[in-house]
Design a protein around this ligand. Sequence first.
Ligand code: SF4
Length: 321
Amino acid sequence: MNAPDTLPVAEALQQGLAKERKAEREAHKLEKRLCRLVGQAIGDFNMIEAGDRVMVCLSGGKDSYGMLDILLKLQARAPVSFELIAVNLDQKQPGFPAHVLPEYLHGVGIPFHIEEQDTYSIVKDKVPEGKTMCSLCSRLRRGILYRVAQELGATKIALGHHRDDILQTTFLNMFFGGKLKGMPPKLVSDDGRNVVIRPLAYVPEDDLSAWADHRGFPIIPCTLCGSQENLQRKQMKAMLRDWDKRFPGRIESIFTSLQNVVPSHLMDHGLFPFADVRATGRPEPQGDIAFDEDESCASPTPVSSQVNVIRWTGAARDDTD
Ligand code: SF4
């Protein structure tokens, strides 16, 4: 009797199931891609070594949640053994939900430390109303995190900056700082006592947003302090987004260029000994053709990356994404 009515219901159920399966497949591909990119960066820059105690800085934003999540997955299958400890700095911003991160970290079952320091009051006190508070706030935060890393015996400090942060910084430095300088995936801190790593260096921000949605991380909004995002950084972000829309592949190409630097073809005489350039009399297959225009060609991913993918994720690049 009800056959005509049940058919659409059955169809709708099937469609729902198919949609669910598709979403699952997409999430699986995304997870593989994230693991591959993070594993690749760790391997390429030797970010984590056997016996390391990595302090994972967790702000409550999508990027740091994603970083911790992927590092935990890689820890389980990495070729070396290392420890992870999550650290959050509670800066006492009004409305900061102090219970969220401890609850999440308890659930994940990872060792963690919450450092409570009222930098909010200091910044409010020192910075005149209406001026951006970020630079003093970041300076204070940096100093505290370096100290905490020492106290916890951490050998590495992991920060959640991703590929797009690195690109924005590079353009900020070019446009406003007159420097060809990005954001290093690994560095020694300015106090000389800590090694800072950025395991998300190869990861596009959109992938982290999608992963945060999929995992349902309890995100803590970053606007609690009431400060505006740096306007110039906002402009860089908009510029890069616009390029990405209008010229697909451009962002990837610019990012690849950061890994294929040719000092002899820039103009920093501190980096390349131009003063010593002499004719050798020998043909140079890789030499400059000087008079012709360069053929533009994106360089392939360095071979070392592919080796590191296998070492760190236990899988070759078989994930078709
Ligand atoms: S946005 Fe707020 S919390 Fe973040 S660095 Fe700026 S002042 Fe500090």
